[in-house]
Design a protein around this ligand. Structure first.
Ligand SMILES: [Fe+2]
Ligand SMILES: [Fe+2]
Length: 309
């Protein structure tokens, strides 16, 4: 992001946000998760379809992580408090940052330039199209393809001055105890919520089975984009968008006690989406200009020309 306009990346530990996703791929290697991207798992309760406890549990990702990734998680776990999440929701959910269409938002996200070799790395639009094209090739419905295309647009938070730790990273509930499965758990020691006894119990400020809609997850690109698009997409798409970084739930089966039956049913979509999110970024560079008319039609099918961001 060295060439980006001035915004607070001063303390940005990651070279670019893809570095966090690369780390996810080392934790959840393709082919070990049981997720197929098909909906073969449909109907299984959450926590069955997405279980990923095979070879991977014997590896120590924290020890092997790059220093940049470690530092990123240190900041994320130290600063994501209930008060912080409430403040960011108050700031962004009125959606008065900017008015723009979906394609314009994709181009805006594309201005996020990273420090890596541009000949090797893909642009943000190319990443989004790779995900969407992988979904399209598997014959999924048009709303599913569209969800692949837009699911990371919330990362424009970065361009509005949010630090990396408030944009990306595995999300987790705040206001209750941090599950042991959350990576780099020890970094929660420096989170101010550690000193609030009410937030340190299993249920914290929540009640058993209250449903994820009433749970505050750590703030980032998932929750933000959900609020931008929630009037326009089917609920299955909204679950994918809102919870795709909620790895403690969809990969580690944690926090089932905060879910209700409807969440469990809808999480099959989150499970179906995850393999496309993690593993669709292959070597083939999508031809953006050729694909653009198809995607502009798809966008127009679901969205008005301009949205509030
Ligand atoms: Fe994402
Ligand atoms: Fe993604």
């Amino acid at each position: 992001m060295a060439d980006s306009p001035p915004h607070p990346t001063t303390h940005a530990p990651l070279h670019d946000m893809d570095e966090w996703e690369d780390f996810l791929k080392t934790r959840y290697p393709e082919g070990e998760s049981g997720d197929s991207g098909s909906l073969d798992n449909a109907g299984l309760p959450a926590g069955v379809a997405g279980t990923n406890k095979k070879k991977t549990e014997f590896r120590n990702y924290e020890t092997d992580a790059r220093p940049t990734v470690r530092e990123f998680y240190r900041q994320n776990h130290a600063h994501q408090t209930l008060d912080f999440v409430r403040a960011k929701k108050a700031e962004y959910t009125p959606r008065n940052q900017r008015r723009m269409g979906i394609w314009e938002a994709m181009e805006f996200l594309n201005t996020l330039v990273d420090e890596s070799d541009p000949d090797v790395d893909f642009t943000q639009i190319e990443h989004l199209m790779q995900t969407a094209e992988a979904i399209r090739k598997d014959g999924h419905p048009r709303w599913f393809v569209l969800t692949g295309l837009i699911h990371d647009l919330g990362k424009i938070l970065c361009l509005w001055g949010e630090p990396q730790w408030a944009v990306v990273g595995d999300t987790f509930p705040v206001g209750c105890a941090w599950d042991r499965s959350i990576v780099f758990h020890d970094f929660f020691e420096s989170n101010p919520d550690r000193a609030v006894p009410e937030y340190q119990t299993k249920l914290g400020i929540y009640s058993e089975g209250c449903g994820l809609d009433s749970v505050h997850l750590s703030w980032g690109h998932d929750e933000y984009l959900y609020h931008v698009v929630k009037e326009h997409l089917p609920e299955s798409a909204l679950y994918m968008i809102r919870y795709h970084s909620f790895y403690p739930a969809h990969k580690e089966d944690a926090y089932g006690y905060l879910m209700n039956g409807h969440d469990r049913e809808m999480f099959r979509w989150v499970h179906a989406f995850n393999p496309y999110d993690l593993y669709s970024k292959g070597l083939e560079r999508p031809d953006v200009n050729t694909l653009r008319p198809y995607y502009e039609d798809l966008i127009a099918e679901f969205f008005p020309p301009v949205l509030n961001w």
